[in-house]
Design a protein. Structure first.
Length: 100
């Protein structure tokens, strides 16, 4: 199984990593490492995340107040990362991304 980022999710990852890095040197790298650790876990076990509205699922990061919102695309054997969502951001802002 492979993974791909929705363009807006990729932008979220980069912006959050930059923000963390500006606050504490090295923290942005640790954030990126944690996101990629979770993605690797999800590639091995796509059902590990909790279900949202089908086809979406989410997995909360351990060390940061974020969740990975994703969809399993069985027809192309891929994991689509729909959002790297901060816990205090408006819930569901990413819902329209899974259809396009």
């Amino acid at each position: 199984m492979k993974h791909e980022f929705h363009p807006e999710a990729e932008q979220e990852l980069l912006e959050e990593a930059e923000r963390y890095e500006s606050e504490v040197p090295g923290l942005g790298l640790r954030f990126g490492d944690e996101v990629h650790r979770v993605i690797e876990l999800l590639l091995e076990n796509p059902e590990a995340g909790s279900p949202l509205d089908p086809p979406l699922r989410y997995f909360v990061l351990r060390r940061f107040p974020h969740a990975i919102i994703y969809a399993v695309l069985k027809d192309v054997d891929a994991l689509l990362i729909v959002a790297v969502a901060h816990g205090s951001r408006k819930p569901g802002y990413w819902r329209d991304r899974s259809s396009g």
